[in-house]
Design a protein around this ligand. Sequence first.
Ligand code: ADP
Ligand code: MG
Length: 719
Amino acid sequence: MLFFGQKRGLRSLGFSDTMGLMEQDVHEIGLETPVQFLSGVGPQRAKAFREIGVECAGDLLEYYPRDWVFMPEPSDICDIGAEQTVCVVGIVEQTDYQPYRKVPIFEVALADDSGILRVVWFRGKYLINQIEPGQVLLVHGKVKKYKYQLQMSNPKFVVLREDQVQDPSAISGPVYPATGKLPNWQIKKIVRSQIETLAPMVGELYDAAFLDKNALMGREKAYLQIHKPDDEDTLGQARRRLKYDELFLMQAGLALKRYHVRHGSPAVEMQRSEDIDHRIRRRFPFILTEDQETVIEEVVADMAKPVPMNRLLQGDVGSGKTVVAVYAALVAVANKCQAVIMAPTEILARQHYQSMERFLEGSQVRRELIVGGMTGKKRTELLERIKAGEVDIVVGTVALLQGDIEFANLGLVIIDEQHKFGVHQRAGLRKGQSPHCLVMTATPIPRTLAMTAFGDLDVSIIRHSPPGRGEVITRWVQPHDRAKAMDFIAQRLKAKKQAYFVYPRIDSDETEDVDSKQIKAAVDEYHRLKAKVFPLFEVGLLHGQMSADEKTGVMAAFRSGKLDVLVSTVVIEVGVDVPNATMMVIENANRFGLAQLHQLRGRIGRGQSKSYCFLFAETEDETAVSRLEIMTRSRDGFEIAEHDLKLRGPGELFSTRQHGLPDLKIANIVEDFELLNLARRDAFAMIKDDPMLTNAAHAAIRTELIKRFGEKLGLVDVG
Ligand code: ADP
Ligand code: MG
């Protein structure tokens, strides 16, 4: 600290960095040193560095290049021969554009001390103002013999600045993600001046045998090579090593998280006898699907153990997850435990309650719905009964159930995340007790994400929906076909079918008041449809600013068939289940993400008859077009999710930060899937052997994990 203080003092007195000071820096700098105190940085640039997330020297080490350029040493013109790929630096003696040839060419006579080389670019008109006589030009390409003369065609080239002329090899090397305030050459210069000092400080994480087994380059060398690669092969090895580290540490974090959940307070071991199974099954008016059977067995096996279940159940909308939830809840109740089912919104909580009611009619299981409107005495009374163990199953919203509610003997928590990824929310409910935990989501999660973002959970999947689902036909409707689509819809409304009209979320950066703008669009459209388009039918409106009662009323009217058309914003929950609604129009469909389109469409196709989804969209945007095309082609949630991941990249699809994990700087979970697998296996094996990382051989890994994840992993208080 003192050192920095002194240095700042010197700066403010107007001393610039002398060589002496820089020498001194070299000795005092550590990975934690703020970038400002690195030579060549200073307060202004430090600010620019902070804007790109580089706070300290260690961050600079991990500010990885986005690309690398490999230029060979320049050759003398007199030495080069035909068919060689070479790099030449020379002065532009003459330029000539010849537009009248069959293929117009731009020609340069490039001279060095040893000779002259003819360089041509076919269709090179664009170069007229870029390359001019007198410039020093670096060209890199293949030389061929043309009419007894050597000629280089269409080479890569750089016009060298004066400072580069001294050392043309400076062109080679890393290309950093640059900004206006921090151009690439500056980042490069700063990293270059520090790298030899910083890289040796990183230390090694693994022993020699481990490195050898996984064919990993040493850590110090990897950091050196990623910024200053010798050649492409070594660079490849360096990248692999750094990606491995990133993935390994992430997986070790997940393994630890999992370990702590499993080895905190124990959970109740719940038995399921044949009799219990029989009594539960009797409640379902259908035969369970194969997938439901499998998942139920996985869940029951988990609940029989003294370690709390920590399982994620994935299945598309309508795949039959509720049955699994009800089965699990009844197993808990049969074991004299309470169960809660939490939904993200009140509508969904009500719906869960209603579907449960359908199954539990006449049962002695005591179940209650707790909702926001509940006040005063009624609420207090209910809370008392829950606390006294007089309620077996409680259904409510996540927000409500994470509040002040106390349970007598909570044995199972079921969270229907529906379409959100906020699995971390479940943590809040674990106060004191260790219930088993089942998280359900209707968002199909690609396996790469399941291994990273949800890598601490066990995963169950319902792939196939119950039989008897009607086909869903999806069409992308261009503006000139809208009228036709509307006619078609009117015809089917006449046949007593129902339709949803959905209006998009408006991207939040477009306007501050997103909700109201969206609502306005839906409201306007509602009036238009009602008055002009479907005057013969009943049209209803649903949006986020309506009261809970109003929403419930509109939903009930739609469900009962009183309303033919339901206009809604997407705030409206997607779990609503109205089998007779067989049409959906999604306006401005190009504005929706794939996952969202898929979820919305999941509302139709729930009954036996054919359903129709019309995507109204006018766009030439490439990714929007591919999203729309995938939608018209596929109904498979996992396939769609994999596409989504490819189109958007993992970063956007799922913010790992939400889950307490750092963003990946170099590894890509899609492209580096093999490495991810390897790192995951290694990391989980390590934590299994040494869960607290007290083994001396794991000290460096432990330090690195604490540095990355802080206290979250429960490592800090040990050792
Ligand atoms: P999810 O919660 O996964 O969206 P639900 O559990 O609500 O799906 O199930 C959707 C519909 O399918 C419900 O009407 C439910 O009663 C019905 N269903 C569930 N399982 C079966 C089954 N095995 N056979 C027939 N219908 C089923
Ligand atoms: Mg559901």
